[in-house]
Write a protein that binds this ligand. Structure first.
Ligand code: SF4
Length: 238
């Protein structure tokens, strides 16, 4: 009989009321702090993008992993669109991975390039072990870029999708990778790199789509030159 009334008595007691009150206050304080911090981070990102300079990247990365949704909202209110934000996040990851990438010997690095960058008339064949085997037919700039990367020591793969990356990483076991792709692909590639503990540098293509996309090959060469004594460059055209 007493046990039957015990819970009601407990939930009606002043002690219980104080606990609920305290919990309510705590939740409100956390929410207010969350909103203030998100707003400040949003301002920092907007300022970094405007000034083309990264402020406090080491603080931004972990905070953004936790609060990406609300920060995104404030960024939009401050005039930063989602593409700019994504590009900024890729920039932070690249900056944070720079020194670890530089320490990996070039023979232990892989470059993953999406097949949409090749010519629509590409004669190369697709194999499950290496992706597209470029034969430098001259129909697209990959024919110039791939030999430069291979001569430097890079494992280089032209691939149709991220499932290929997982398979090739398992097979060839690189210690670091450069992922080329559109904003979304690079973002996912960097997340994959974090998941499998692989130092990753992202290079974003200039256009996206499925066929004959374009990229700044100098940016690729710049990324591939990290930690090398002699910078790589695309062959000069006569
Ligand atoms: S250069 Fe290589 S990737 Fe480009 S179209 Fe020719 S074979 Fe394909």
């Amino acid at each position: 009989m007493i046990a039957e009334y015990l819970p009601v008595a407990l939930f009606d007691s002043p002690v219980w009321n104080s606990i609920v009150y305290l919990l309510g206050e705590l939740v409100i304080i956390i929410l207010v702090l969350w909103v203030i911090l998100s707003f400040l981070i949003g301002c920092l990102i907007a300022l970094s993008i405007k000034k083309k300079k990264m402020y406090l990247p080491k603080l931004l990365r972990p905070v953004l992993t936790l609060m990406e949704g609300t920060v995104k909202l404030f960024c939009m209110m401050l005039g930063v669109d989602s593409a700019q934000l994504m590009e900024f996040l890729i920039g932070i990851d690249n900056q944070m991975n720079y020194s670890a990438f530089a320490k990996v010997p070039v023979e232990k690095r892989a470059v993953f390039i999406p097949l949409c960058l090749r010519s629509a008339k590409c004669p190369a064949r697709l194999s499950p072990d290496v992706g597209i085997s470029c034969i430098s037919c001259g129909k697209c700039p990959l024919g110039d870029a791939i030999p430069v990367l291979k001569d430097a020591g890079y494992m280089t793969f032209i691939i149709p999708g991220s499932t290929f990356i997982k398979r090739l990483v398992k097979k060839y076991r690189p210690q670091a990778m450069i992922g080329v792709g559109c904003l979304m692909e690079v973002k996912e590639g960097l997340a994959l790199g974090r998941k499998i503990s692989m130092t990753t540098i992202g290079v974003v293509t200039a256009t996206d789509g499925c066929v004959e996309t374009t990229m700044n090959y100098d940016s690729l060469m710049q990324a591939a030159s990290i930690g090398l004594e002699k910078p790589l460059s695309m062959p000069k055209k006569e």
